[in-house]
Ligand binder design. Structure first.
Ligand code: M6R
Length: 604
């Protein structure tokens, strides 16, 4: 949801090329429009350049690359308030163009503030909520002649969430910043200070970072980093930490798209996750075992992996319920008790719905454990305990490697819980440890089959994804990939449930993707395939290697190596990711920038 970036050079270097690079590194957060504000070394004033569309589009049509500046801010937008056009693009400025603001978040009371400011004579240009911020700053600056003071006063007027970076000709050697409920990270390089929504923005130049907390406010200048907390003046500044990611993880390398790269990275990502989660899982095992009730909460793919955990944990007597984060309050909010445990699952750790669910559960005294991929995330900060996966940065908007690493994490956590009960889970863990190798060995086969099937499915407008038991969350995830990346309306049902209504849609050539696992549900899934097939459904099944019964019934198959039944389903999702990827590419779509989406959804 919107990316913000800022750089100040410590050495009088031109920052424009790096600022563009930073913004491109954040483009996965939104690509409706982009914009820059910088102090122009030639005109000695703040220049704002912005436009609807992607950064590449902007670069092709602007002369920003000819500019020279030592300090600047930038923004890439996922629209919430105001249509997608040039005027609504950030940065937004005050009446005189002397204060430029980039913002991620939503100002809930902007209409009332706008009305108040307009009565005072301020002239607004855009339809955005953000524009009240530069005008409020202009108003309070007139009183105190100090931007930091004006910022504190302005922030007290805002209701909602924000991460902001501000450039002003009143104090043109500083980038001011503040955060409340939206991520903001400071990067400390040898030659620059960076302000960014996420670490990959500056990973190429520094691994030294500080994660700001709610209420943190301050500035970076050529020689200084200043942070104070306006909500709690006694709070010490956040600690510096070393980012454990490397820059190659945040680059496309030889792959045409991040999504494909991240699919292929899964063997390594799972390997790293098994190791990193093993260390932390012991610390949370007792919490899970002794919980009055365990709620596993997530959104999108993180919800589907949570559902996998619910199915898996139930097999071993560990009661839990996977809950869609945005439904948490209505579905279970009233039932939360102090001894309950919330396992909050989120790649980004910034998903608004998940954070809200956690806040509700916290207010009722529940214990919060989070499973995140982003170590500098809000969710991690507000949890009692947190487990960080080792997937590395995920840039593609579609979750891929973080879905399989979430499942790997749940398996490792289960092992630690069962260990406390003296229950042996070694066979499954050994099977999990073979996943990286097995996946690597089969990746090219999966890729070729997926490409072949993509060429058939690309002209279809609907598809079913069916599975039972542990196959059901995999089917849900497969359907989500195809709809979000390839824009094919794909729905997933528990295979048994499909005959209670959805089967009415099946006609000659209707694509039905079926997850056939080697488990107790095998014969039931075979029966469901037959029901679809005799109504004209075209059966694309993912089957255990050598399963001739399923093969003979199917029109197209992908064979999946046989591993332990609790582990094998995570292999099945990989060809489904590749199927969505190739279908999108065959249709001429950009799988890294699906329409209307953004990587992390930090709004309601
Ligand atoms: O960062 P999170 O895991 O909390 O994100 C949750 C969802 O927004 C995310 O999984 C989304 O559904 C992706 N587009 C799935 O590919």
């Amino acid at each position: 949801m919107c990316g913000i970036a800022g750089i100040v050079s410590k050495n009088y270097f031109n920052i424009i090329p790096k600022l563009i690079k930073m913004l491109k590194n954040l483009e996965y957060r939104g690509y409706d429009s982009c914009g820059f504000a910088f102090f122009d070394c030639n005109s000695k004033s703040i220049t704002v350049m912005k436009a609807k569309g992607t950064i590449d589009n902007f670069l092709a049509n602007s002369r920003i690359q000819e500019k020279n500046s030592e300090i600047g801010i930038a923004h890439t937008r996922w629209a919430t308030h105001g249509v997608v056009n040039d005027i609504n693009a950030h940065p937004h400025v005050d009446c005189h163009g002397t204060i430029a603001v980039v913002h991620n978040g939503i100002i809930d009371n902007y209409l009332e503030l706008r009305e108040e400011l307009e009565l005072k004579g301020h002239v607004f240009r855009s339809e955005t909520d953000t524009e009240v911020i530069p005008h409020l700053l202009e108003h309070y600056y007139r009183e105190s002649r100090n931007i930091l003071d004006a910022l504190k006063k302005a922030l007290k007027r805002l209701k909602g969430t924000y991460a902001v970076a501000i450039l002003t000709s009143y104090d043109s050697e500083k980038i001011f910043f503040a955060r409340n409920g939206q991520p903001l990270i400071i990067g400390i390089g040898d030659n620059e200070f960076y302000v960014a929504s996420d670490i990959p923005a500056f990973l190429e130049w520094t691994k030294k970072a500080l994660v700001l907390r709610d209420g943190d406010i301050g500035f970076v200048s050529r020689s200084e980093l200043h942070i104070e907390n306006y909500m709690d003046p006694n709070l010490k500044p956040p600690e510096l930490f070393e980012v454990p990611w490397n820059i190659d993880q945040a680059r496309k390398g030889n792959f045409p798209f991040f999504m494909l790269k991240e699919i292929y990275e899964q063997p390594d990502a799972i390997q790293r996750t098994i190791i990193s989660v093993s260390h932390k899982a012991s610390e949370v095992a007792a919490d899970l075992l002794n919980a009055n009730f365990l709620y596993i909460v997530g959104a999108g793919s993180s919800y589907y992996s949570s559902l996998y955990a619910q199915y898996l944990y139930a097999k071993w007597g560990l009661k839990s319920m996977a809950v869609i984060a945005s439904e948490f309050e209505d579905l279970v909010g009233g039932a939360i008790e102090p001894n309950d445990v919330i396992l909050a699952v989120s790649q980004s750790g910034e998903t608004f719905d998940t954070i809200q669910a956690v806040k509700i559960a916290k207010s009722k005294g529940a214990r919060i454990i989070s499973l995140v991929n982003n170590m500098g995330s809000t969710l991690r900060m507000i949890s009692d305990k947190s487990i960080v996966m080792g997937a590395g940065p995920e840039i593609g908007v579609a979750a891929t490697k973080t879905f399989t690493t979430q499942i790997a994490s749940f398996i490792v956590i289960l092992k630690k819980v069962l260990e406390l009960q003296g229950i042996d889970y070694e066979r499954q863990i050994q099977s999990l440890q073979t996943v990286p190798r097995v996946l690597s060995e089969n990746m090219e086969y999966f890729n070729n089959r997926a490409l072949f099937i993509a060429n058939w499915i690309k002209v279809k407008t609907n598809a079913f994804y069916l599975g039972r038991g542990l196959g059901q969350p995999i089917a849900l995830e497969g359907a989500l990939k195809l709809k979000e990346i390839a824009y094919i309306h794909s729905e997933s049902y528990p295979a048994g449930e499909s005959k209670h209504g959805p089967i009415a849609l099946v006609e000659e050539g209707f694509p039905v993707v079926v997850i056939v696992l080697e488990d107790k549900n095998h014969s039931a899934v075979i029966a469901n395939i037959q029901e679809m097939k005799c109504r004209g459904g075209k059966i694309i099944s993912l089957i255990p290697a050598g399963d001739t019964e399923a093969q003979e019934l199917s029109d197209l198959t992908i064979e999946i190596p046989r591993l332990d039944p609790e582990v094998a389903p995570m292999l099945y999702v990989v060809p489904l990711q590749l199927l969505a990827y190739h279908t999108a590419v065959c249709k001429g779509l950009d799988p890294d920038k699906p329409r209307n989406l953004a990587k992390s959804v930090t709004v309601k």
